[in-house]
Design a protein around this ligand. Structure first.
Ligand SMILES: [Fe+2]
Length: 194
């Protein structure tokens, strides 16, 4: 279920607010000028589906957003467990760790989830808002926003990424270890008693 967990940034032990209603999530994030939308997402993809097939399925909404946001490039980021691949645990760990530290980008980070889930932690001082995105969710993290992303210990997601420059985007790490203190994506998904 899509959700947001809102924490004080200096008290990561328990959220002060949890929302799972799409309209309320969009309204809350909208106050911080963060775009969150739920798109129709009727398509299921097998692991064999190609990026071209995934992009073709969502061609109309992709083109609309590209026009609106001036995004000249899109691609597909995906990761799912492969029981046949002995290197999967190492791959999963490496992929997860890549964006687990707080960072910013010089351009908006725009993601539309077509499969699975992942959690963006947005540092909107004095709060940290953990946004769990699932199939059908579009999230745009504005340029310069401090954030990190957790795909969980068993990453399983597929997201269409929108880029403002054809070169893509580069993470600029802040060096702040704030992320380590917060419940990870798996803990949030379990809905721990706080
Ligand atoms: Fe990022």
């Amino acid at each position: 279920m899509s959700s947001i967990h809102v924490f004080w940034e200096n008290d990561p032990r328990a959220p002060v607010r949890v929302l799972s209603d799409h309209a309320k999530i969009a309204a809350y994030l909208g106050l911080a000028h963060i775009r969150f939308e739920v798109w129709d997402a009727p398509f299921s993809f097998t692991p064999k589906a190609t990026a071209e097939e995934i992009l073709a399925a969502y061609q109309a909404p992709i083109e609309k957003l590209c026009r609106e946001g001036g995004y000249p490039a899109v691609d597909v980021a995906r990761l799912s467990p492969d029981p046949q691949d002995p290197s999967w645990p190492a791959k999963a760990r490496a992929a997860r760790e890549k964006f687990l530290e707080e960072h910013t980008h010089g351009e908006d980070e725009v993601r539309f989830f077509v499969h699975g889930a992942g959690v963006f932690y947005l540092r909107l001082s004095p709060m940290v808002v953990a946004v769990r995105c699932e199939r059908g969710d579009l999230l745009s993290v504005p340029a310069g926003t401090r954030h990190w992303f957790d795909m969980g210990a068993q990453p399983d997601f597929c997201a269409i990424r929108f880029f403002g420059t054809p070169e893509g985007w580069v993470a600029s790490f802040t060096g702040d270890d704030i992320a380590r203190g917060f419940p990870d994506a798996d803990t949030l998904a379990r809905g721990e008693p706080w």
